[in-house]
Design a binder for this molecule. Structure first.
Ligand code: GLN
Length: 190
């Protein structure tokens, strides 16, 4: 199993370490040709505007969009989720737009920009999973083909649409491997 982590900006190494802990080959992706021979790709947290611009500058944008439409497994965490979203409520920018969700950037406001909680995500694990939110977006709307995986205080913070997984939070910043295990399984099943 060979899984890439988009390494243009943001929190890359923590995802690499989690994938390695699950015995995957984990590779940092910076160039368009590196998208070949991957079983899946993680789009990490960071700054979605910056990563979005770099996707275009590197030429990764078009090829990645095409691969995702062909069923290539991707998982966007936080900024990565914004990159996948068809629509962003409070931003003019649009990025890959492959996932039928509308997100709100920096949705938790300035006072509680960052917080930690835990939740049972039935689709993923019977035990509670720690959820770390850092200037996080949440999902405002999903179309009917999108499966809602988790809500926190009535806001959607994890969802899946076929080969695409999106989470508002950062499992790579905890010791918990369950979300990564779930994504690795998505890559196996594809
Ligand atoms: N606030 C960032 C954005 O809008 C996302 C934050 C994160 O990825 N931790 O792009």
């Amino acid at each position: 199993m060979r899984i890439g982590v988009l390494a243009l900006q943001g929190g890359v190494i923590e995802h690499i370490n989690h994938l390695k802990a699950l015995n995957c080959e984990a590779v940092e992706i910076r160039k368009v040709e590196e998208l070949d021979n991957l079983d899946g790709l993680i789009l990490p947290g960071g700054e979605s505007t910056t990563i979005g611009k770099l996707l275009i500058k590197t030429g990764i944008f078009d090829k990645l969009r095409e691969k995702i439409s062909d069923g290539f497994p991707v998982w966007g965490t936080c900024a990565g989720m914004i990159l996948l979203a068809k629509s962003i409520e409070n931003d003019e920018a649009r990025h890959l737009q492959t996932m039928d969700i509308t997100v709100k950037r920096n949705a938790y406001g300035s006072q509680i920009d960052s917080f930690i909680t835990e939740e049972i995500i039935e689709e993923i694990c019977a035990d509670p999973i720690p959820l770390v939110f850092i200037r996080a977006p949440y999902i405002k709307n999903v179309e009917s083909n999108v499966q809602i995986l988790c809500k926190v205080n009535d806001k959607i913070v994890a969802a899946k649409q076929e080969n695409m997984l999106a989470t508002s939070f950062h499992p790579e910043l905890t010791d918990n491997l369950e979300l990564h295990r779930y994504f690795v399984n998505m890559c196996i099943k594809k």
